[in-house]
Design a protein around this ligand. Structure first.
Ligand code: IMP
Length: 428
Protein backbone atom coordinates (compact mmCIF):
# COMPACT_ATOMS: atom_id res chain seq x y z
CA UNK A 1 0.00 0.00 0.00
CA UNK A 2 1.37 3.39 -1.01
CA UNK A 3 0.77 6.10 1.58
CA UNK A 4 2.96 8.85 0.23
CA UNK A 5 3.26 9.26 -3.52
CA UNK A 6 4.90 11.71 -5.92
CA UNK A 7 3.10 12.67 -9.13
CA UNK A 8 5.57 13.82 -11.73
CA UNK A 9 5.32 14.94 -15.34
CA UNK A 10 7.17 12.39 -17.47
CA UNK A 11 7.52 14.70 -20.50
CA UNK A 12 7.86 18.48 -21.06
CA UNK A 13 4.99 19.52 -18.80
CA UNK A 14 1.29 19.89 -19.65
CA UNK A 15 0.75 16.13 -19.37
CA UNK A 16 -2.55 16.62 -17.54
CA UNK A 17 -1.16 16.36 -14.01
CA UNK A 18 -3.89 18.64 -12.65
CA UNK A 19 -6.62 16.16 -13.48
CA UNK A 20 -4.56 13.21 -12.27
CA UNK A 21 -3.70 14.86 -8.95
CA UNK A 22 -7.35 15.82 -8.49
CA UNK A 23 -8.49 12.25 -9.17
CA UNK A 24 -5.87 10.65 -6.93
CA UNK A 25 -6.29 13.23 -4.16
CA UNK A 26 -9.49 11.46 -3.11
CA UNK A 27 -7.27 8.78 -1.51
CA UNK A 28 -4.92 11.22 0.27
CA UNK A 29 -5.21 13.72 3.11
CA UNK A 30 -2.71 16.36 2.01
CA UNK A 31 -1.56 17.53 -1.43
CA UNK A 32 1.85 19.24 -1.39
CA UNK A 33 3.33 21.13 -4.36
CA UNK A 34 7.12 20.92 -4.31
CA UNK A 35 8.57 23.27 -6.95
CA UNK A 36 7.95 25.91 -9.58
CA UNK A 37 5.59 28.81 -9.29
CA UNK A 38 2.80 30.43 -11.26
CA UNK A 39 4.51 29.29 -14.48
CA UNK A 40 2.43 26.11 -14.11
CA UNK A 41 -1.16 25.83 -15.32
CA UNK A 42 -2.92 22.80 -13.89
CA UNK A 43 -6.43 22.38 -15.24
CA UNK A 44 -9.08 20.60 -13.20
CA UNK A 45 -12.71 20.25 -14.31
CA UNK A 46 -15.26 19.48 -11.59
CA UNK A 47 -18.95 19.20 -12.51
CA UNK A 48 -18.44 21.43 -15.54
CA UNK A 49 -16.49 24.11 -13.62
CA UNK A 50 -12.98 24.58 -14.95
CA UNK A 51 -10.23 25.59 -12.52
CA UNK A 52 -6.82 26.68 -13.82
CA UNK A 53 -4.46 26.43 -10.87
CA UNK A 54 -1.07 28.06 -11.11
CA UNK A 55 0.37 28.10 -7.62
CA UNK A 56 -2.26 26.34 -5.56
CA UNK A 57 -1.90 22.55 -5.50
CA UNK A 58 -4.62 20.85 -7.54
CA UNK A 59 -5.86 19.12 -4.37
CA UNK A 60 -7.34 22.46 -3.23
CA UNK A 61 -10.55 21.88 -5.20
CA UNK A 62 -11.47 19.00 -2.86
CA UNK A 63 -12.94 20.72 0.22
CA UNK A 64 -11.66 18.07 2.66
CA UNK A 65 -7.99 18.22 1.63
CA UNK A 66 -5.17 20.36 2.95
CA UNK A 67 -3.03 22.02 0.28
CA UNK A 68 0.62 22.74 0.95
CA UNK A 69 2.98 25.09 -0.87
CA UNK A 70 6.48 23.76 -0.17
CA UNK A 71 9.75 25.59 0.32
CA UNK A 72 10.77 24.60 -3.21
CA UNK A 73 8.29 27.05 -4.75
CA UNK A 74 8.65 30.70 -5.65
CA UNK A 75 5.64 32.77 -4.63
CA UNK A 76 4.11 36.05 -5.66
CA UNK A 77 1.67 36.65 -2.76
CA UNK A 78 -0.48 39.06 -4.74
CA UNK A 79 -1.15 36.56 -7.52
CA UNK A 80 -1.52 33.75 -4.97
CA UNK A 81 -4.39 35.57 -3.31
CA UNK A 82 -5.98 36.47 -6.63
CA UNK A 83 -5.99 32.73 -7.29
CA UNK A 84 -7.42 31.98 -3.85
CA UNK A 85 -10.20 34.49 -4.57
CA UNK A 86 -10.93 32.93 -7.97
CA UNK A 87 -11.25 29.44 -6.45
CA UNK A 88 -13.44 30.70 -3.60
CA UNK A 89 -15.67 32.63 -6.03
CA UNK A 90 -16.16 29.40 -7.97
CA UNK A 91 -17.67 27.93 -4.80
CA UNK A 92 -14.73 26.16 -3.13
CA UNK A 93 -13.91 27.64 0.29
CA UNK A 94 -10.20 27.55 1.20
CA UNK A 95 -10.03 29.01 4.72
CA UNK A 96 -7.42 27.21 6.79
CA UNK A 97 -6.81 24.45 4.24
CA UNK A 98 -3.80 26.25 2.81
CA UNK A 99 -0.34 25.94 4.36
CA UNK A 100 2.57 27.91 2.88
CA UNK A 101 6.19 27.24 3.71
CA UNK A 102 7.95 30.06 5.51
CA UNK A 103 11.04 29.11 3.49
CA UNK A 104 9.47 29.59 0.03
CA UNK A 105 11.08 32.41 -1.94
CA UNK A 106 9.26 35.62 -2.87
CA UNK A 107 8.97 36.91 -6.42
CA UNK A 108 9.52 40.68 -6.46
CA UNK A 109 8.71 43.07 -9.30
CA UNK A 110 12.38 43.26 -10.34
CA UNK A 111 12.41 39.53 -11.09
CA UNK A 112 9.95 40.01 -13.92
CA UNK A 113 11.78 42.99 -15.41
CA UNK A 114 15.05 41.04 -15.18
CA UNK A 115 13.46 38.09 -17.01
CA UNK A 116 12.05 40.21 -19.83
CA UNK A 117 15.46 41.86 -20.33
CA UNK A 118 17.30 38.51 -20.21
CA UNK A 119 14.99 36.94 -22.80
CA UNK A 120 15.36 39.96 -25.09
CA UNK A 121 19.13 39.82 -24.73
CA UNK A 122 19.15 36.14 -25.73
CA UNK A 123 17.52 36.99 -29.06
CA UNK A 124 16.95 33.90 -31.22
CA UNK A 125 18.41 31.70 -28.46
CA UNK A 126 15.64 32.70 -26.07
CA UNK A 127 14.16 30.02 -23.84
CA UNK A 128 10.56 31.12 -24.31
CA UNK A 129 9.84 31.46 -20.60
CA UNK A 130 6.45 32.25 -19.11
CA UNK A 131 7.64 35.75 -18.01
CA UNK A 132 6.49 35.27 -14.42
CA UNK A 133 9.86 36.09 -12.87
CA UNK A 134 10.47 32.45 -11.98
CA UNK A 135 14.03 32.06 -13.28
CA UNK A 136 15.47 35.27 -11.77
CA UNK A 137 13.82 34.45 -8.43
CA UNK A 138 15.54 31.04 -8.35
CA UNK A 139 18.76 32.78 -9.44
CA UNK A 140 18.54 35.00 -6.37
CA UNK A 141 17.82 31.95 -4.21
CA UNK A 142 21.00 30.25 -5.42
CA UNK A 143 22.82 33.61 -5.21
CA UNK A 144 21.90 33.80 -1.51
CA UNK A 145 20.13 37.13 -1.97
CA UNK A 146 16.53 35.90 -2.08
CA UNK A 147 13.74 37.12 0.20
CA UNK A 148 11.58 34.43 1.76
CA UNK A 149 7.96 34.39 2.88
CA UNK A 150 9.13 34.13 6.51
CA UNK A 151 10.93 37.49 6.13
CA UNK A 152 7.49 39.12 5.97
CA UNK A 153 6.84 38.20 9.60
CA UNK A 154 8.88 41.19 10.70
CA UNK A 155 8.41 44.21 8.46
CA UNK A 156 11.59 45.92 9.65
CA UNK A 157 13.63 42.83 8.78
CA UNK A 158 11.89 42.59 5.40
CA UNK A 159 12.54 46.29 4.63
CA UNK A 160 16.21 46.01 5.63
CA UNK A 161 16.79 42.89 3.51
CA UNK A 162 14.87 44.37 0.59
CA UNK A 163 17.02 47.52 0.72
CA UNK A 164 20.21 45.44 0.85
CA UNK A 165 19.20 43.34 -2.13
CA UNK A 166 18.26 46.37 -4.24
CA UNK A 167 21.56 48.06 -3.33
CA UNK A 168 23.51 44.91 -4.30
CA UNK A 169 21.65 44.60 -7.59
CA UNK A 170 22.29 48.25 -8.39
CA UNK A 171 26.01 47.96 -7.54
CA UNK A 172 26.21 44.94 -9.83
CA UNK A 173 24.21 46.61 -12.60
CA UNK A 174 26.31 49.76 -12.57
CA UNK A 175 29.58 47.78 -12.39
CA UNK A 176 28.61 45.65 -15.37
CA UNK A 177 25.96 47.43 -17.40
CA UNK A 178 25.63 51.03 -16.15
CA UNK A 179 21.85 50.48 -16.36
CA UNK A 180 18.96 52.47 -14.84
CA UNK A 181 19.07 51.78 -11.10
CA UNK A 182 16.23 50.07 -9.28
CA UNK A 183 14.21 52.31 -6.96
CA UNK A 184 14.46 51.09 -3.34
CA UNK A 185 12.32 53.87 -1.83
CA UNK A 186 8.89 52.62 -0.94
CA UNK A 187 9.41 49.19 -2.58
CA UNK A 188 9.32 47.27 0.71
CA UNK A 189 6.23 49.20 1.90
CA UNK A 190 4.31 48.69 -1.33
CA UNK A 191 5.24 45.03 -1.51
CA UNK A 192 4.50 44.35 2.17
CA UNK A 193 1.06 45.95 1.92
CA UNK A 194 0.02 43.37 -0.68
CA UNK A 195 2.07 40.45 0.62
CA UNK A 196 1.19 40.45 4.31
CA UNK A 197 -2.03 38.51 3.74
CA UNK A 198 0.21 35.45 3.40
CA UNK A 199 1.32 35.64 7.06
CA UNK A 200 -1.49 33.58 8.66
CA UNK A 201 -0.74 30.72 6.25
CA UNK A 202 2.98 30.44 6.94
CA UNK A 203 4.37 27.35 8.62
CA UNK A 204 7.42 25.13 8.78
CA UNK A 205 6.17 22.79 6.06
CA UNK A 206 8.78 20.10 6.73
CA UNK A 207 7.77 19.92 10.40
CA UNK A 208 4.08 19.98 9.45
CA UNK A 209 4.28 17.23 6.80
CA UNK A 210 6.48 14.92 8.87
CA UNK A 211 4.20 15.34 11.89
CA UNK A 212 1.10 14.60 9.82
CA UNK A 213 2.77 11.54 8.27
CA UNK A 214 3.67 10.31 11.78
CA UNK A 215 -0.07 10.55 12.56
CA UNK A 216 -0.82 8.30 9.60
CA UNK A 217 -1.92 11.01 7.16
CA UNK A 218 -1.24 10.34 3.48
CA UNK A 219 0.53 12.88 1.33
CA UNK A 220 0.41 13.32 -2.43
CA UNK A 221 3.40 15.30 -3.68
CA UNK A 222 2.52 17.33 -6.76
CA UNK A 223 5.18 18.23 -9.29
CA UNK A 224 4.82 21.01 -11.84
CA UNK A 225 6.29 21.21 -15.37
CA UNK A 226 7.93 17.89 -16.26
CA UNK A 227 11.06 15.76 -16.05
CA UNK A 228 12.39 16.98 -19.39
CA UNK A 229 12.19 20.57 -18.08
CA UNK A 230 14.06 19.73 -14.84
CA UNK A 231 16.94 22.13 -14.22
CA UNK A 232 19.51 19.33 -13.83
CA UNK A 233 18.11 16.50 -15.92
CA UNK A 234 16.09 18.23 -18.63
CA UNK A 235 17.15 19.58 -22.02
CA UNK A 236 19.44 22.20 -20.47
CA UNK A 237 19.51 25.18 -21.02
CA UNK A 238 15.94 24.96 -22.39
CA UNK A 239 14.50 24.02 -19.02
CA UNK A 240 12.73 25.62 -16.09
CA UNK A 241 14.77 26.70 -13.07
CA UNK A 242 13.62 24.18 -10.48
CA UNK A 243 13.81 20.45 -9.74
CA UNK A 244 10.72 19.22 -11.51
CA UNK A 245 11.74 15.53 -11.37
CA UNK A 246 10.68 13.43 -8.38
CA UNK A 247 13.85 14.18 -6.41
CA UNK A 248 12.55 17.72 -6.03
CA UNK A 249 9.74 16.42 -3.81
CA UNK A 250 12.25 15.90 -0.99
CA UNK A 251 14.20 19.14 -1.26
CA UNK A 252 11.05 21.08 -2.09
CA UNK A 253 9.10 20.04 1.02
CA UNK A 254 11.66 18.86 3.58
CA UNK A 255 10.58 15.22 3.58
CA UNK A 256 13.22 12.47 3.49
CA UNK A 257 13.35 10.14 0.46
CA UNK A 258 12.64 7.01 2.46
CA UNK A 259 9.27 8.39 3.59
CA UNK A 260 8.01 8.34 0.01
CA UNK A 261 6.58 5.03 -1.16
CA UNK A 262 6.30 5.48 -4.92
CA UNK A 263 6.49 7.80 -7.88
CA UNK A 264 3.80 7.88 -10.55
CA UNK A 265 4.58 9.48 -13.92
CA UNK A 266 2.05 11.26 -16.10
CA UNK A 267 2.44 11.25 -19.87
CA UNK A 268 0.25 12.13 -22.80
CA UNK A 269 -0.43 9.40 -25.37
CA UNK A 270 1.58 11.69 -27.66
CA UNK A 271 3.96 14.55 -26.79
CA UNK A 272 3.95 18.35 -26.59
CA UNK A 273 6.40 21.05 -25.69
CA UNK A 274 5.90 24.79 -25.20
CA UNK A 275 8.76 27.26 -25.59
CA UNK A 276 12.06 26.69 -27.34
CA UNK A 277 14.43 23.73 -27.18
CA UNK A 278 14.91 20.27 -28.65
CA UNK A 279 11.83 18.14 -29.24
CA UNK A 280 13.00 15.07 -31.20
CA UNK A 281 9.58 13.63 -32.07
CA UNK A 282 7.99 16.95 -33.05
CA UNK A 283 5.42 16.60 -35.85
CA UNK A 284 5.75 19.66 -38.02
CA UNK A 285 3.08 20.69 -40.50
CA UNK A 286 -0.47 19.46 -40.78
CA UNK A 287 -0.13 16.40 -38.52
CA UNK A 288 1.10 18.51 -35.62
CA UNK A 289 -1.57 21.14 -36.24
CA UNK A 290 -4.32 18.52 -36.20
CA UNK A 291 -3.21 17.25 -32.81
CA UNK A 292 -2.98 20.83 -31.52
CA UNK A 293 -6.55 21.55 -32.57
CA UNK A 294 -8.02 18.26 -31.37
CA UNK A 295 -6.10 18.35 -28.09
CA UNK A 296 -6.64 22.08 -27.42
CA UNK A 297 -2.88 22.31 -27.11
CA UNK A 298 -2.53 25.96 -26.10
CA UNK A 299 -0.73 27.04 -22.92
CA UNK A 300 -3.08 27.27 -19.92
CA UNK A 301 -1.06 30.24 -18.58
CA UNK A 302 0.31 32.02 -21.64
CA UNK A 303 -2.12 30.86 -24.37
CA UNK A 304 0.88 30.02 -26.57
CA UNK A 305 0.35 27.21 -29.11
CA UNK A 306 2.14 24.08 -27.96
CA UNK A 307 4.43 22.19 -30.29
CA UNK A 308 2.96 18.72 -30.87
CA UNK A 309 4.50 15.38 -31.73
CA UNK A 310 4.66 11.67 -31.05
CA UNK A 311 5.31 9.58 -27.96
CA UNK A 312 9.06 9.51 -27.42
CA UNK A 313 10.32 6.19 -26.03
CA UNK A 314 13.91 7.26 -25.19
CA UNK A 315 12.48 10.26 -23.26
CA UNK A 316 9.96 7.99 -21.49
CA UNK A 317 12.65 5.47 -20.52
CA UNK A 318 14.87 8.28 -19.30
CA UNK A 319 12.05 9.66 -17.20
CA UNK A 320 11.24 6.19 -15.85
CA UNK A 321 14.82 5.74 -14.67
CA UNK A 322 15.31 9.24 -13.26
CA UNK A 323 12.10 9.14 -11.25
CA UNK A 324 12.02 5.38 -10.63
CA UNK A 325 8.47 5.37 -11.95
CA UNK A 326 6.33 2.61 -10.46
CA UNK A 327 3.36 3.37 -12.71
CA UNK A 328 2.36 5.51 -15.65
CA UNK A 329 -0.81 7.48 -16.19
CA UNK A 330 -1.50 8.00 -19.90
CA UNK A 331 -3.65 11.03 -20.69
CA UNK A 332 -5.53 12.28 -23.75
CA UNK A 333 -5.75 8.93 -25.50
CA UNK A 334 -8.93 10.11 -27.26
CA UNK A 335 -7.04 12.86 -29.11
CA UNK A 336 -5.50 10.14 -31.31
CA UNK A 337 -8.87 8.58 -32.20
CA UNK A 338 -8.93 9.97 -35.77
CA UNK A 339 -5.55 8.66 -36.89
CA UNK A 340 -5.12 5.75 -39.32
CA UNK A 341 -1.50 5.35 -38.23
CA UNK A 342 0.30 6.50 -35.10
CA UNK A 343 4.09 6.83 -35.17
CA UNK A 344 5.99 6.17 -31.92
CA UNK A 345 9.60 7.34 -31.69
CA UNK A 346 11.45 4.22 -30.51
CA UNK A 347 15.14 4.96 -31.07
CA UNK A 348 17.47 7.85 -31.73
CA UNK A 349 20.13 7.92 -34.39
CA UNK A 350 23.02 10.05 -33.09
CA UNK A 351 25.75 10.54 -35.67
CA UNK A 352 25.14 7.06 -37.10
CA UNK A 353 24.90 5.43 -33.66
CA UNK A 354 21.51 3.99 -32.63
CA UNK A 355 20.47 4.43 -29.01
CA UNK A 356 17.48 4.39 -26.70
CA UNK A 357 19.38 6.57 -24.19
CA UNK A 358 18.54 10.26 -23.89
CA UNK A 359 21.72 12.28 -24.53
CA UNK A 360 22.84 15.11 -22.25
CA UNK A 361 24.38 17.39 -24.88
CA UNK A 362 22.00 19.84 -26.44
CA UNK A 363 24.01 19.85 -29.67
CA UNK A 364 23.56 16.07 -30.07
CA UNK A 365 19.87 16.31 -29.28
CA UNK A 366 19.30 19.04 -31.83
CA UNK A 367 20.73 16.84 -34.57
CA UNK A 368 19.03 13.62 -33.51
CA UNK A 369 17.16 11.50 -36.07
CA UNK A 370 14.29 9.47 -34.72
CA UNK A 371 13.42 5.94 -35.81
CA UNK A 372 9.67 5.46 -35.68
CA UNK A 373 7.57 2.36 -35.19
CA UNK A 374 4.19 2.97 -36.81
CA UNK A 375 1.21 1.54 -34.95
CA UNK A 376 -2.20 1.10 -36.59
CA UNK A 377 -4.78 3.62 -35.37
CA UNK A 378 -8.18 2.48 -34.01
CA UNK A 379 -10.31 5.20 -35.67
CA UNK A 380 -13.14 4.80 -33.20
CA UNK A 381 -14.14 7.16 -30.39
CA UNK A 382 -12.57 6.51 -26.99
CA UNK A 383 -13.75 9.78 -25.43
CA UNK A 384 -15.10 9.17 -21.94
CA UNK A 385 -14.47 5.40 -21.95
CA UNK A 386 -14.15 4.16 -18.36
CA UNK A 387 -13.59 0.47 -18.84
CA UNK A 388 -10.46 -1.02 -20.42
CA UNK A 389 -12.48 -3.78 -22.09
CA UNK A 390 -14.49 -1.10 -23.93
CA UNK A 391 -11.39 0.27 -25.64
CA UNK A 392 -10.87 -0.78 -29.26
CA UNK A 393 -8.36 -3.66 -29.51
CA UNK A 394 -5.91 -1.44 -31.40
CA UNK A 395 -6.03 1.19 -28.66
CA UNK A 396 -5.25 -1.55 -26.13
CA UNK A 397 -2.34 -2.68 -28.31
CA UNK A 398 -1.08 0.89 -28.53
CA UNK A 399 -1.12 1.23 -24.74
CA UNK A 400 0.60 -2.13 -24.29
CA UNK A 401 3.30 -1.05 -26.74
CA UNK A 402 3.94 2.20 -24.83
CA UNK A 403 4.17 0.35 -21.51
CA UNK A 404 6.52 -2.33 -22.92
CA UNK A 405 8.77 0.23 -24.55
CA UNK A 406 8.89 2.56 -21.53
CA UNK A 407 9.31 -0.39 -19.17
CA UNK A 408 6.60 0.89 -16.84
CA UNK A 409 3.15 -0.52 -16.16
CA UNK A 410 0.21 1.72 -17.12
CA UNK A 411 -2.07 2.15 -14.12
CA UNK A 412 -4.55 4.71 -15.38
CA UNK A 413 -5.71 6.01 -18.77
CA UNK A 414 -7.48 9.33 -19.09
CA UNK A 415 -10.06 9.68 -21.86
CA UNK A 416 -11.44 13.19 -21.27
CA UNK A 417 -11.15 16.25 -19.02
CA UNK A 418 -13.80 15.26 -16.45
CA UNK A 419 -12.85 13.62 -13.17
CA UNK A 420 -14.59 10.35 -13.98
CA UNK A 421 -13.37 9.98 -17.58
CA UNK A 422 -10.67 7.54 -16.55
CA UNK A 423 -9.83 3.87 -16.88
CA UNK A 424 -8.34 2.43 -13.69
CA UNK A 425 -6.24 -0.56 -14.69
CA UNK A 426 -4.48 -0.93 -11.38
CA UNK A 427 -5.30 0.24 -7.86
CA UNK A 428 -2.70 2.80 -6.81
P1 IMP B 1 9.98 29.35 -16.97
O1 IMP B 1 9.61 28.19 -16.12
O2 IMP B 1 8.91 30.43 -17.05
O3 IMP B 1 11.33 29.90 -16.60
O4 IMP B 1 10.15 28.81 -18.49
C1 IMP B 1 11.17 27.91 -18.85
C2 IMP B 1 10.67 26.87 -19.85
O5 IMP B 1 9.76 26.00 -19.19
C3 IMP B 1 9.91 27.46 -21.04
O6 IMP B 1 10.15 26.65 -22.17
C4 IMP B 1 8.45 27.33 -20.61
O7 IMP B 1 7.58 27.28 -21.72
C5 IMP B 1 8.51 26.00 -19.88
N1 IMP B 1 7.44 25.87 -18.88
C6 IMP B 1 7.35 26.50 -17.70
N2 IMP B 1 6.24 26.10 -17.04
C7 IMP B 1 5.64 25.19 -17.82
C8 IMP B 1 4.47 24.38 -17.67
O8 IMP B 1 3.76 24.40 -16.67
N3 IMP B 1 4.17 23.56 -18.70
C9 IMP B 1 4.96 23.46 -19.80
N4 IMP B 1 6.06 24.18 -19.98
C10 IMP B 1 6.41 25.04 -19.00
Amino acid sequence: MWNNVVIVGAQWGDEGKGKVVDALAARFDIVARYQGGANAGHTVVVDGTKFILQLLPAGIVRPDKTAVIGNGLVVNPESLFEEVERVEKAGVPIGKRLVVSDRAHLILPYHRSHEVAAEQARGVGKIGTTAKGIGPCYEDKAGRRGLRTGDLRNFEVFRRKCGEVVAEKNRLASAIFAGTPLEADGLAERYYEKARCILPYLADVSAYLNREMDRGKRVLFEGAQGTMLDLDHGTYPFVTSSSAAAGGACTGTGVGPTRIDAVVGVSKAYATRVGSGPFPTEALGVEGEKIRERGGEYGAVTGRPRRCGWFDVPAARYSARLNDLKALVITKLDILDHLAEIPVGVEYDLDGRTTTEFPSEIELLEGVKVRYHVMPGWQQPTYGVKDYAQLPKKAQEYLRFLADQAGVEIAVVSTGPQRDQMIWMKEL
